[in-house]
Design a binder for this molecule. Sequence first.
Ligand SMILES: [Zn+2]
Length: 141
Amino acid sequence: MDTVSKKQRSQIMRLVRSKDTKLEIRFRTALKKLGYKYRKNVSSYFGKPDIVLPRLKTVIFIDSCFWHGCSRHCRMPHSNRAYWKAKIGRNKQRDKKTSEWYKRNGWIVLRLWEHSLHKNLKDSIKKIASVIRNRQKGRKE
Ligand SMILES: [Zn+2]
């Protein structure tokens, strides 16, 4: 049951997409500086993580506040509220399942809110770096 017009939806998608992309590029640049080998938007991986560090068995998801239903920033569009509520609810469920799948299979899953990257990219990167360092230590032992 799709009650949102195609035009309306693509407008919203575009809005959200372009913001995400710029942020992701900044994020990846920072990650690269740290010297991590990663792959981006890997569709062959379950749930299409934004970033995969295959050797460290770590996947990173950058969750946009809108599409993933951030409790602080997700503002439902005024029209077709029920549609958006259901859609975002499904996204959240899928996120949960995806994270569980990776954990079950021995992966480290990092989920970052878009807003935390906006607010403080450096801190987010630091957090990731420390998780990765712990992972590296664990692998050597
Ligand atoms: Zn948010």
